[in-house]
Design a binder for this molecule. Structure first.
Ligand code: ZN
Length: 313
């Protein structure tokens, strides 16, 4: 087993940032550009290499993705959505630049997406999902504007998506899934509502996600995948049950998914790398207290020092 290839991963991310827009990968993910930027930049910060990025250029590009409505699109000229809005806020938070935003406009875009029952739509087209509850709550918390929504109703809706296995689904009655559990537990953590979680029951379901290789899956019978290192681990940490998994085996699994030659991390050993799994691998290792990495906050998905800068100042 090799160690974490910090320099290779840094190079890999910096080179994606510079890639021309005409390759197939960036055409397919063009609408996700702002998410990709968040994954890449947060990885660099955890690795201690955020300074290698041209901050001014990134910040002005992020601002150019803002729509008239106040929400952000995935790229310049794209429709706004909560998915992209949180990434934009997270990037500006990383660079300590949220003060340049028109915060009243942005918060009114987000609060207008809350529905009567407390749920959130992701955008003007109205699809409802507990992921969107997390995105809205995390965004507003980072802007210190949670008072702009009905938090009590938002929490009540999330609780209505809790299942008998202790997990959470995207809407009431939908099956439990690790990604969804992260969103619900994260939103409950941010709003100080973790007492609604059945921690032992959920902790059991989450630690059962670890398979023989040490990796974690997202649902029973599925293959392990590096991205679940984040969704499952962060949830276990928030409910104080992370001691229930074999951390050493998970570290080994993540390290085996590295491309030692060109940098980057894949979903499983020997697959192609991408920025999404590189972020979740490095963030997972940070949650596992891998040496040399900045600690990451399990609820806000930003480095702890960045979160402290907002809330302790
Ligand atoms: Zn994955």
């Amino acid at each position: 087993m090799g160690e974490l290839a910090t320099e290779k991963h840094t190079k890999y991310i910096l080179q994606i940032e510079k890639k021309k827009d005409d390759n197939i990968e960036s055409v397919l993910t063009e609408h996700l550009r702002i998410n990709g930027a968040y994954w890449g930049l947060t990885t660099l910060d955890i690795l201690g290499n955020l300074k290698a990025v041209e901050q001014e250029a990134v910040v002005s590009w992020v601002l150019s993705c803002q729509h008239e409505s106040g929400g952000f699109g995935g790229n310049v000229g794209h429709d706004p959505h909560l998915l992209y809005t949180l990434s934009a806020i997270q990037i500006l938070t990383l660079f300590n630049k949220t003060h340049i935003l028109n915060i009243p406009k942005l918060t009114s875009y987000i609060s207008a997406l809350q529905n009567e029952d407390g749920s959130f739509s992701g955008d003007q087209y109205g699809e409802i999902d507990t992921r969107f509850s997390y995105l809205a709550i995390c965004s507003l918390a980072l802007l210190k504007s949670l008072d702009k929504i009905n938090v009590e109703k938002a929490v009540k809706y999330i609780i209505s998506c809790k299942n008998l296995d202790g997990g959470f689904g995207c809407t009431p009655g939908a099956e439990s899934h690790a990604g969804q559990i992260f969103c619900c537990v994260g939103a409950l953590a941010i709003t100080g509502s973790l007492h609604y979680v059945d921690k032992d029951l959920l902790g059991w379901w989450l630690c059962e996600r670890q398979v023989k290789s040490g990796g974690l899956n997202g649902r029973p019978e599925k293959l392990p995948d590096v991205c679940y290192s984040w969704w499952v681990l962060s949830s276990l940490i928030m409910i104080d049950r992370v001691g229930w998994i074999d951390k050493e085996k998970l570290v080994k699994f993540i390290l085996e998914c590295q491309d030692f030659e060109n940098g980057g991390i894949s979903d499983r050993p020997d697959d192609a790398v991408d920025v999404f799994h590189t972020y979740f691998g490095v963030a997972g290792l940070s949650l596992l207290e891998y040496p040399g990495l900045k600690p990451i906050d399990p609820a806000y998905a930003l480095p702890v020092d960045v979160v402290n800068r907002i809330f302790l100042e």
